[in-house]
Design a protein around this ligand. Structure first.
Ligand SMILES: *[C@@H]1O[C@H](CO)[C@@H](O)[C@H](O)[C@H]1NC(C)=O
Ligand SMILES: *[C@@H]1O[C@H](CO)[C@@H](O)[C@H](O)[C@H]1NC(C)=O
Ligand SMILES: *[C@@H]1O[C@H](CO)[C@@H](O)[C@H](O)[C@H]1NC(C)=O
Ligand SMILES: *[C@@H]1O[C@H](CO)[C@@H](O)[C@H](O)[C@H]1NC(C)=O
Ligand SMILES: *[C@@H]1O[C@H](CO)[C@@H](O)[C@H](O)[C@H]1NC(C)=O
Ligand SMILES: *[C@@H]1O[C@H](CO)[C@@H](O)[C@H](O)[C@H]1NC(C)=O
Length: 929
């Protein structure tokens, strides 16, 4: 059946040839029909050197037909002899372009296992894994982030498999390698395995799952059990045990109940199990949710599936409880005899990527727990939308028609946004609609030959620029739909110009540009003029007239000053009003008005990087904060007003509302709602007379997080705050956290890069990556928010001075390392806090302050994690305050055990970590097959 696939590849050959090929293939693989739909690709393999893999009997093909770009490479000679398998010997590396994609044929809506494997093997002779630098690149499944391939500090011969279970979004499935600027991406092999639609029922078009760990227990010879033992070619890693672990084995068949097709675990795997020696003092099995140091699992949500079958011949009494990080998942479970029980929580993801599962004998049980196999998965969100499929097909046509192999157009054209194709402009709607292409710029792209028709059928295309190419022939008669601009200037096109296009042009519906084409030797309409005359005229009007007017105004002003002593504020205002007023519904204040509402700038309520904030009262009694910006030179800045315009459109309950502004020679100010409880910094460090309660702190954190999430996710383009810090989080009378000063830093910074560096963040809050890249992204805000969260927990400033200088995250790490996490908590809380949420909040904060931006969560993640914590607090409030300070005893017990790693199979846990080294997503030692 692999034959089908070969056929697919050679559709262009004559059918006779294909038939012949089929026959040859049939003969070659006879006796071993591989399952239908398997696609096995050995990346970097020379074209036309397919082979039959000796271990699996599967047919592996070169990757040439599935990918464009990249270069073929092979691992260095010293690692060849011991290569884990044939596929790990060659690879394709991608030094060019930030994203490179493989496209695999698939069936829309069908479930697949996709596996990519990576062996560096020092192919470039640069010892990249061991030179001390970070070696890391990204992996996308379609347009969604699947995971990072982290080779930092790995042995060059390490094999890293990555597996994902996913639903094909269309009749092709792409796997993309993404360059993060920390090493050149490469790939050794890529495999596609269809699953039955009934399998892994929680996987659907919006949820994919990545393998953290898939392991089988018992006395097993093969390091990896895969096809043909597992017909779906899942990788099952061996787990070898030693005392007190005991291996069990049965020769009886162990199968699922008929009709249960959720996991289809091979009987061979279920015939083996692990239990704990009856003479050993403990009766537990502990399994880590994931196990590799190079894999950041802290922020992952994990979905476990346990496979059990009682394989003890006699009629045993075996009952146990199953816990996940202290939470009872299944109680008093008793495995069925010779029958598979696959235990999972209907696709529920548990919020502890780096926790453990524990199986604990119940008191009534005679025998100790047993386990046959386990799988753990992390959530791969499939929330990014692919480009509208019609647009994609048109783009493919265009690409083929013009042979655009030199441009790195691969993967989805518009999605994810940061990797959209060069020259395209896409429209991303906020509702659940696929992105569409609105503009294509292929100017000076070396296009040759006739005009392709495809562009004009795209119903969302508005702007097409094909100027400065070598397009030849006539202009075909198109039925132009949505196109508004068609730039064909400077090509070799000849006439005549079709009526349909001319009519559109004459009706003023199309901006047609044809200058620089032979066709213009006959036609002299405006589309053939190179518009220079027009532009010069326009320039005369646009430049000279204002200059004259301004000179006149200046003259008038000077004369006025001479006559009136130049002291009228009103004149000031009037003079600028016409030029600069905004097209927004914002009140514009004059300097005199500001003077009145602030009572001659009497009461200062704050001082910041941008200036001084005064308290004010409007005519109607509303209290306002008047922020008078320092540098009046910004009044001339072109950035200030557009920024104010943007801010005026941002409305969210956790973002301060802009009420008005003042801009003229005398003043530059913003007028906001007044927040009566001041800012978070004052409240946290304001002395001992008033202290926020734990719950209030979490609420304020959530408020601030929601405000930032709105700026990042709901504004297009995203607004990066750039200066998140406790003084910029204000509190209203109900202690609701309100973010201020967003967006402002941009106006300041861009306008004054030559003078000021003040606006780009504040010491102690600034993203460490910024120092390297000088780019402020939404993750910069996440970092700063992490610092804010630590301040909220500890009550300490971002940089501690006494007894020595400490950056807050380091201080927290230091304290935790010294023993007790409770030492970091703000003493003013007097132990009145919820101990069980403390760990999670600290984890979240530390996650936000990861050095590498990609390791940090998004604000959306932060919001959902904070929300998870809040109900706990709320319910405890209702049940009285007595329990708030006491730790959940179960929690404490489990945590202690994990720290000591004492359990029924504590040794095993160690060997699990070092031997298994981390589930499917990780390293396999290169020994034995
Ligand atoms: C890589 O490591 C090997 C042995 O450790 C060394 O001989 C070689 O010079 C290194 N190559 C580079 C480019 O650093
Ligand atoms: C594992 O099985 C092999 C035979 O398959 C046997 O020789 C060996 O002793 C067994 N090892 C353990 C630890 O049970
Ligand atoms: C990559 O691996 C290195 C070394 O184990 C580790 O320090 C780093 O945190 C990892 N990075 C990620 C993003 O997992
Ligand atoms: C294990 O089970 C025993 C009783 O069978 C119980 O006392 C103990 O708390 C349990 N431990 C854990 C960690 O669940
Ligand atoms: C397409 O481009 C490639 C390389 O750029 C070239 O080898 C090939 O001949 C071109 N094909 C056509 C049809 O122009
Ligand atoms: C068009 O083709 C000619 C030769 O065929 C070449 O000299 C010229 O540079 C090309 N122009 C553009 C804009 O590619």
């Amino acid at each position: 059946m692999v034959i089908n696939f070969i056929c697919w590849q050679r559709t262009k050959l004559a059918w006779i040839l294909a038939l012949l090929l089929n026959l040859v293939m049939t003969i070659q693989v006879h006796g071993q029909p591989p399952p239908s739909g398997f696609i096995s690709i050995d990346c970097g393999l020379r074209n036309s050197s397919s082979y039959n893999d000796s271990t699996t009997g599967l047919w592996f093909n070169p990757d040439g037909g599935f990918v464009e770009g990249g270069t073929r490479k092979q691992i260095s000679q010293e690692f060849m002899a011991d290569a884990f398998n044939e596929q790990q010997k060659t690879m394709r590396s991608f030094p060019d372009s930030s994203r490179n994609c493989y496209t695999l044929p698939s069936t829309i809506g069908k479930k697949y296992l996709v596996r990519a494997m990576f062996t560096y093997g020092n192919y470039d002779g640069l010892n990249k894994t061991l030179d001390g630098s970070v070696f890391l690149f990204g992996l996308h499944i379609g347009v969604n982030f699947w995971g990072a391939v982290n080779l930092t500090n790995m042995s060059p011969s390490a094999v890293i498999p990555k597996e994902v279970l996913t639903v094909a979004p269309s009749n092709s499935l792409s796997v993309c390698l993404v360059n993060f600027g920390s090493g050149i991406p490469f790939i050794s092999s890529l495999e596609l395995r269809p699953l039955q639609d009934t399998m892994y029922p929680f996987v659907n078009s919006s949820v994919s799952i990545g393998v953290l760990l898939r392991t089988r227990f018992g006395n097993v010879t093969d390091l990896i059990t895969r096809y043909p033992t597992d017909t779906y070619d899942r990788f099952w890693k061996r787990f070898s045990t030693s005392y007190p672990g005991v291996n069990l084995y049965t020769t009886n068949k162990v199968e699922s109940l008929p009709g249960n097709n959720f996991f289809n675990i091979p009987s061979v795997i279920m015939q083996h199990a692990l239990t704990v020696d009856m003479n050993f003092s403990r009766s537990r099995i502990i399994i880590p949710t994931a196990t590799h140091p190079n894999l950041d699992t802290k922020s992952l949500h994990v979905l476990p599936i346990f496979h059990f079958a009682e394989i003890n011949g006699s009629n045993p009494n075996r009952r146990f409880d199953i816990y996940g990080n202290g939470e009872l998942l299944f109680s008093d479970f008793s495995p069925s005899r010779f029958q598979v029980d696959s235990m999972h929580q209907n696709g529920r993801f548990l919020p502890y990527g780096n926790g453990s599962f524990l199986m604990n004998k119940t008191s009534s049980s005679t025998l100790k727990p047993l386990i046959n196999a386990v799988e753990t998965y992390f959530l791969v969100r499939m929330d990014k939308l692919t480009t509208n499929s019609e647009d994609v097909n048109y783009m493919k046509e265009v690409k083929n028609h013009y042979n655009l192999t030199q441009i790195n157009w691969n993967g989805d054209p518009c999605s994810p946004r940061e990797y959209s194709w060069e020259g395209l402009t896409c429209h991303y709607s906020k509702s659940n609609q696929n992105p569409r292409i609105v503009s294509i710029n292929l100017s000076a792209s070396g296009l040759k030959g006739g005009l392709a028709l495809s562009f004009l059928n795209m119903v969302s295309l508005e702007n097409l620029d094909l100027s400065h190419n070598n397009l030849t022939g006539a202009i075909p008669d198109y039925q132009i739909k949505t196109l508004k601009i068609l730039d064909l200037s400077n090509n070799q096109l000849v006439g005549p110009i079709p009526d349909s296009i001319l009519r559109k042009f004459q009706a003023g519906l199309l901006d047609l540009r044809l200058e620089g084409n032979p066709v213009c030797s006959k036609f002299k309409d405006t589309y053939c003029s190179n518009k220079k005359k027009n532009t010069i005229q326009a320039m005369v009007i646009a430049v000279i007239v204002p200059v004259v007017l301004v000179s006149l105004l200046v003259l008038m002003c000077i004369m006025q000053k001479l006559c009136w002593g130049g002291k009228s504020d009103h004149e000031d205002y009037a003079m600028y009003e016409e030029e600069t007023s905004l097209h927004v519904d914002l009140r514009r204040f004059t300097y005199v008005e500001l003077k009145i509402i602030t009572n001659d700038f009497q009461s200062i309520i704050g001082k910041g990087g941008f200036g001084i904030v005064y308290h004010g009262k409007l005519e109607n009694g509303d209290e306002v904060a008047v922020k008078v910006l320092m540098e009046t030179s910004i009044a001339e800045s072109t950035d200030f007003l557009p920024e104010v315009e943007t801010l005026s459109k941002v409305h969210h309950k956790n973002l301060v509302t802009l009420k008005g502004y003042c801009q003229n020679k005398k003043c530059l100010a913003l007028i906001y709602d007044f927040m009566s409880r001041g800012n978070l910094q004052q409240l946290i460090r304001g002395g001992d007379d008033y202290s926020l309660k734990w719950e209030q702190r979490l609420h304020i954190a959530l408020d601030a997080a929601q405000g930032l999430e709105y700026l990042h996710e709901s504004c297009t383009p995203s607004i990066v705050h750039r200066d998140v810090k406790t003084p910029n989080i204000l509190l209203d009378k109900n202690l609701v956290g309100i973010i201020s000063d967003f967006g402002l830093s941009r106006a300041f910074n861009d306008a004054h890069t030559h003078i000021s560096t003040v606006a780009a963040g504040t010491l102690g809050y600034l993203d460490p990556e910024y120092h390297a890249t000088f780019q402020l992204t939404v993750k910069t805000d996440v970092y700063s928010f992490g610092i804010v969260l630590l301040e909220i927990i500890t009550g300490q400033p971002p940089v501690l001075m006494e007894p020595q200088t400490f950056h807050l995250p380091n201080w927290v790490r230091h304290k935790i390392a010294m023993g007790n996490i409770h030492d970091i908590v703000d003493k003013r809380l007097l132990d009145q806090y919820d101990a069980s949420s403390l760990q999670s909040v600290v984890d979240l904060a530390m996650n936000c302050v990861e050095n590498a931006a990609i390791d940090r969560p998004t604000m959306t993640d932060v919001v959902s994690r904070l929300k998870e914590l809040l109900p706990v607090v709320a319910s405890e409030k209702m049940s009285g305050s007595a329990s708030t300070s006491s730790m959940n005893p179960m929690d404490a017990e489990i945590r202690r055990q994990f720290q000591l790693t004492i359990s029924g199979i504590s040794n095993e846990e160690y060997s699990f970590r070092s031997g298994y080294t981390g589930g499917m997503s990780d390293l396999m030692p290169l020994s034995g097959r």
